[in-house]
Ligand binder design. Structure first.
Ligand code: ADP
Length: 334
C-alpha cells in the first residue's frame, strides 16, 4: 500500500480545471486515510462547481487506484470556505503616495522574479481605480468558481492573479467607487478567492493615502509594505504620509523602491536622470526603511507591458530588487 506522502504526491499531479494548479497547491486535500487495500480521500469543494467536482472525483479515483496495492478508492467532498483553506506565508502590500509612479509594474516585476526563483506567488490587484495587472500579464480570462468561492487565474509563469477587471463585463468599464466600498470588495477578494498555498501574495494597493488604501490595509493580515516612488515625486511628504499610515496600523515598512530612476542608453552605456536626480536617500530617511531597488525607465519593459508580456522581461535591476525584498522580509520575520 502507498504511504500518505505517496498519495499526496500523486494528488499533486492533478490540476484543478480553471485554476490549473494542483489539488495540493490549492490546499483542497482535507484528509487521506489508508486502510486495508482502500484509500479514502476527502477534498474540499470550495470554489468548485458541480462539473469540476465530478471531474475531479473521477480523476482522483483513477489516479489513486493506479497506486500499487490499492484496490479501491473512495473520494468525497466536504464544504469549506476559501479563507479557511488559504495558507499564505507572507501578504505584502505595494503602496505609493500617488498614481502613475509604476506601482503596478513594480508589483508585477517582483512577482515575476519570485516566481522564476520557484516561489509560489499570487497577485491581488487591489488598485480598483486603475487595475492594470491583468493587462501586463496578458490575462483576460474570466475566473471560474461557484457560490462557495472564486479561483484565481494563472499566468504563464504560474502566478495566481485576481483583479476586479477580470470580473467586469467589459475590461474598459471605469470604476468609480468610494474608499469603504473598495475595502469591502478587497475583503471579499481575500476571503472568497481560493489562493491555496502561497509563499507570497502581493497586493497592488490603490494609490495615495486616503481611505481606499487604508481600508485595504485594514482588511488584510499584512507582513509588510513596500513603497514605490519616482524621482518626479515633489516631496518626501507623500511618502512620509504613507509611512505614517502603515505605522499607525503596526505594519512594518520593508523598504522603498525608486522607479523610473534613470534612463539607460545602451549605445553609450550612460545613465540619464530624466526626472531629476534620485530621491532615494531622501525617501529612505522619510521611511526609516532600506532602499530595495532602483529601476530604470526601460522602453522594452513598457512595450512588453503593453503587449501583456511582462513575464518575458528580465533585468539585473529587477532581480536585485527582488533579492533585497527577500532579505528584508526574512529580517522582519525573525
Ligand atoms: P501605477 O500603478 O503607479 O499607477 P503603472 O505601474 O500602471 O503605475 O505604470 C504607469 C505606466 O508607466 C505604465 O504604462 C507602465 O508601462 C509605465 N512604466 C512604469 N514604470 C516604467 C519603467 N520603469 N519603464 C518603462 N515604463 C514604465
Amino acid at each position: 500500500m502507498p504511504t500518505k506522502e505517496e498519495v499526496m504526491e500523486s494528488l499533486d499531479a492533478v490540476l484543478v480545471p480553471g485554476a490549473t494548479r494542483s489539488l495540493v497547491k490549492l490546499n483542497l486535500v482535507r484528509q487521506v486515510a489508508i486502510s486495508d487495500q482502500e484509500v479514502n480521500i476527502s477534498l474540499a469543494s470550495a470554489a468548485l462547481n458541480e462539473g469540476t467536482q465530478d471531474w475531479l472525483k473521477a480523476k482522483v479515483r483513477d489516479v489513486t487506484r493506479k497506486l500499487p496495492g490499492v484496490k479501491e478508492a473512495e473520494i468525497g467532498f466536504v464544504k469549506a470556505k476559501p479563507k479557511d483553506l488559504n495558507e499564505i506565508r507572507h501578504v505584502v502590500a505595494v503602496a505609493s503616495g500617488k498614481g502613475g509612479v509604476g506601482k503596478s509594474l513594480v508589483t508585477g516585476l517582483l512577482g515575476v522574479s519570485l516566481a522564476r526563483w520557484g516561489h509560489e506567488v499570487g497577485i491581488l490587484d487591489a488598485d480598483i481605480t486603475g487595475p492594470s495587472i491583468p493587462k501586463m500579464f496578458g490575462i483576460s480570462t474570466r475566473p471560474s468558481g461557484s457560490d462557495s468561492g472564486i479561483l484565481p487565474v494563472l499566468s504563464r509563469l504560474g502566478i495566481e492573479i485576481m483583479s476586479i477587471n477580470l470580473l467586469l463585463p467589459n475590461e474598459d468599464d471605469a470604476i468609480i467607487w468610494r474608499g469603504p466600498l473598495i475595502g469591502g470588495a478587497i475583503k471579499q477578494f481575500w476571503e472568497e478567492v481560493l489562493w491555496g498555498r502561497l509563499d507570497y501574495l502581493l497586493v497592488d494597493l490603490p494609490p495615495g493615502t486616503a481611505d481606499a488604501p487604508l481600508t485595504v490595509m485594514q482588511s488584510l493580515p499584512l507582513s509588510g509594505v513596500v513603497i514605490v516612488f519616482s524621482p518626479q515625486e515633489l516631496a518626501a511628504m507623500v511618502v512620509r504620509k504613507a509611512v505614517q499610515m502603515a505605522q499607525k496600523m503596526n505594519i512594518p515598512i520593508l523598504g522603498v523602491v525608486e522607479n523610473m530612476s534613470y534612463l539607460y542608453v545602451p549605445d553609450t552605456g550612460k545613465r540619464i536622470e530624466l526626472f531629476g536626480s534620485s530621491k532615494a536617500q531622501e525617501m529612505v530617511k522619510a521611511a526609516g526603511a532600506p532602499l530595495l531597488g532602483q529601476l530604470p525607465i526601460d522602453p522594452q519593459l513598457a512595450r512588453l507591458c503593453d503587449e501583456g508580456d511582462i513575464e518575458r522581461y528580465n533585468s539585473e535591476a529587477m532581480n536585485s530588487f527582488a533579492e533585497a525584498f527577500l532579505q528584508a522580509i526574512s529580517a522582519k520575520a525573525r
